[in-house]
Design a protein around this ligand. Structure first.
Ligand SMILES: NC(=O)C[C@H](N)C(=O)O
Length: 329
């Protein structure tokens, strides 16, 4: 039969991790098994799709950097532009999988499925979760039902939108949860069953083009807590930040010293996006904070607001334009 053509791009992580003992699910080395071995461990893949692997990196995902994000986005765009390719799966460490997924959600120029997956237990572990996650990711990427769904994370039977998904448990296999707007769907007996669509711009309707970029503007995140002052934000500007993301307490809540520092930074034309430590709910500024000129992050967490601000700064410095971007993506 003519099976869908699915390309697997491997970047490392625990799914490619190995430990000395099957009982060890903690003290292992992430990114030690190559893509060929990942595919070989799941012989069922060959009845789902015509799969082929490509090793993009083999690292734990805390080592993913801007260069790798750009490399991945460019490679995915190249592959999906080929009419022969039906979908892409990316194996990735779970620590930053949501960051990479959201970045690709904003920079992949295609409606074809792009599915990220990973594992919480290394490949050598008893009850390793990687093989089933890889199978379900390939099943999703091979399915025409996933067309236009945006970049997704498929793990533990759920199909989760890059924008709304976050790691919630440091060690448990059921770590990926969708924030308030839910999962897109679930994998049922090898088939995606979808319940919803994202209303936010992504993939083929995104305005961001990374094809000619070799770097992204520096954006730093400043964490707020009772007793924080303005020195971290000042230091970030000093080392070259072109924008800041405030990880505020509550709803846009930062200390008075921090507020003063942000006010001065915004006067210099450096945008400050107001996000927060609290995982759910949209940031809504009070009139005083609005006057200072913050940009509201909506419900984006700081790590994703940072990526969106970096991409926004590749196209504009105008706060009104950046504000529009934060309402559309
Ligand atoms: N479960 C994992 O994949 C965690 C690992 N430290 C990583 O992100 O690479």
């Amino acid at each position: 039969a003519d099976l869908p053509d699915v390309r697997i791009l491997a970047t490392g992580g625990t799914i490619a991790g190995s430990a000395a003992k099957a009982s060890d699910a903690n003290d292992y080395k992430a990114g030690s098994i190559g893509v060929a071995a990942l595919i070989e461990a799941v012989p069922e893949l060959t009845s789902v799709a015509d799969v082929s692997g490509e090793q993009i990196a083999n690292i734990p995902s805390n080592a993913v950097d801007t260069a790798l994000l750009l490399k991945l986005a460019k490679r995915v765009n190249e592959l999906l532009a080929d009419p022969k390719v039906d979908g892409v799966v990316i194996t990735h460490g779970t620590d930053s999988i949501e960051d990479t997924a959201f970045f690709l959600n904003l920079t992949v120029k295609s409606d074809k499925p792009v599915v990220l997956t990973g594992a919480m237990r290394p490949a050598t572990a008893m009850s390793a979760d990687g093989p089933m996650n890889l199978l379900e990711a390939v099943q999703a990427a091979a399915s025409p039902k996933m067309k236009g769904a945006g970049v997704t994370i498929v793990m533990n039977d759920y199909i989760a939108a890059a924008r709304e998904t976050t790691k919630t448990n440091k060690r448990n296999v059921a770590t990926f949860r969708s924030t308030e707007f839910g999962y897109l769907g679930t994998m049922v007996e090898g088939e995606p069953v979808l319940y919803r669509k994202s209303a936010r711009r992504h993939t083929s309707s995104s305005e961001f083009d990374v094809s000619k970029l070799t770097d992204l503007p520096r954006v730093d995140i400043v964490y707020a807590y009772a007793g924080s002052d303005g020195r971290m934000s000042e230091a970030a500007v000093e080392i070259g930040a072109r924008g800041l993301v405030a990880a505020a307490m509550g709803n846009a809540s930062v200390s008075p010293e921090q507020e003063k520092s942000y006010g001065e930074i915004m006067k210099k034309g450096i945008p400050v996006v107001m996000s927060g430590r609290v995982p759910e709910g949209d940031v809504i500024l009070k009139s005083g904070a609005k006057k200072l000129g913050y940009i509201e992050a909506g419900n984006l967490p700081p790590n994703k607001a940072r990526l969106l601000l970096q991409l926004a700064l590749t196209t504009t410095d105008n706060p009104e334009e950046i504000r529009r971007i934060f309402t559309e993506y």
